[in-house]
Design a protein around this ligand. Structure first.
Ligand SMILES: O=C(O)CCC(=O)C(=O)O
Ligand SMILES: [Fe+2]
Length: 355
């Protein structure tokens, strides 16, 4: 990692010291003006690390922080509505609809996930009569969703454009040209609610480790819980939530589009404070469905097909997940070996050593 010589910050979690990884920060306004030094630093960051903070506190970015707050209010209303209403809406398509708690594999061996999620896709929200659950379908709600999706699209597209310029790409070879707004894609806004859970006793825990299918992911969360595993790092560590910023990570499609030179960020979510509810908002900017690239197995594949195959693997039980191409869940990223596990600090920590 190209960061500093400062000692790694740690937090006490689950009976041991866990790193809080340093991350670079980019100012949204500076990226908008394509300041050459910033673009160079951004490209290097995506090649070396694959994640960073985007600072939205300036005049150009503040509106997106307001969107985040409005989206959070809507999420509370939706997630607090009766389960029957949420299930009735159900999962309409992989990038649209409701997934109840436990739909996927969890972060711990023999657990299911510990979150429920509603996704609204960018293509859907633009339809004359979008398919949205009744509890969040009045016209102010639709405006909130529209603003959140359009705003996240603007932020991620601005970053994509900065990356194209930083990589010296021109004309049709620029990354934006495979992410055209009017072309069908699986770009979507995912709103997640993690229930309080205790890894020592519960069976619905967190979000399994993965890389994102997307080109870029813009992630807002005010609560701790997200962990990354930087390239070459031997353990997962926390991402500190910072007010006024969002976390951006490079996903598989941009890694593939960059000739596998950019790093797709390996991450997962664990319960940090076992008694806390956690809310996160992720916008997945994805390539047009029919864009071709070479995936982590060397196959020529469309963005749509990569999405569908990886989604299927995500939602499959571990036995079936094991049948997917081996590089799929981590997008071809290779993990360093875990260090030998030190003696458990406390007996209660033993149950989670298998992370
Ligand atoms: O909830 C989070 O912070 C991360 C969610 C995530 O990694 C995902 O949905 O791909
Ligand atoms: Fe993710």
């Amino acid at each position: 990692m190209a960061i500093t010589n400062e000692p790694l910050r740690t937090v006490e979690w689950n009976g041991k010291k866990v790193p809080v990884y340093p991350m670079q920060t980019f100012d949204f306004s500076k990226l908008l003006s394509h300041e050459p030094d910033e673009l160079e630093r951004l490209v290097r960051c995506c090649q070396d690390e694959g994640y960073f903070y985007i600072d939205l506190k300036g005049i150009d970015g503040r509106r997106f922080l307001d969107d985040q707050q409005e989206t959070l209010k809507l999420m509370h209303r939706f997630f607090e509505s009766p389960l029957e209403a949420k299930n009735q809406y159900g999962l309409v398509a992989p990038h649209l609809g409701y997934e109840p708690i436990g739909s996927r594999t969890g972060v711990l061996a023999n657990t299911k996930d510990g979150y429920e999620m509603i996704k609204v896709s960018r293509d859907e929200i633009q339809k004359d009569s979008p398919h949205i659950p009744d509890v969040i379908k009045n016209s102010p709600d639709m405006k909130v969703l529209e603003n959140a999706i359009a705003g996240s699209n603007i932020v991620t597209k601005a970053i994509l454009s900065a990356l194209s310029t930083g990589c010296g790409l021109t004309g049709a070879s620029r990354f934006e040209n495979t992410h055209r707004n009017e072309r069908p894609s699986t770009s979507t806004l995912a709103m997640m609610h993690y229930i309080p859970s205790d890894p020592r006793t519960d069976t619905n825990i967190g979000h399994q480790k993965h890389t994102d299918i997307s080109s870029l992911t813009l992630l807002f969360s005010e609560e701790w819980g997200m962990q990354i595993r930087p390239p070459g790092a031997r353990e997962f560590g926390f991402v500190e939530p910072r007010p006024g910023t969002a976390v951006v990570n490079v996903g598989d499609s941009l890694r593939f589009a960059s000739g596998h030179t950019m790093q797709s960020c390996i991450h997962r979510v664990v319960p940090y404070d076992y008694s806390q509810h956690r809310y996160s908002i992720a916008y997945f900017l994805r390539a047009e469905n029919d864009v071709m690239f070479t995936d982590s197995e060397g196959r020529n594949i469309t963005a749509g097909q990569w999405h569908d195959e990886k989604f299927f693997a995500f939602t499959s039980p571990p036995e079936l997940q094991a049948l997917a191409p081996p590089s799929m869940i981590l997008g071809g990223m290779v993990e360093e070996d875990e260090p030998a596990v030190p003696a458990p600090v406390a007996e209660k920590a033993a149950a989670v050593e298998a992370y």
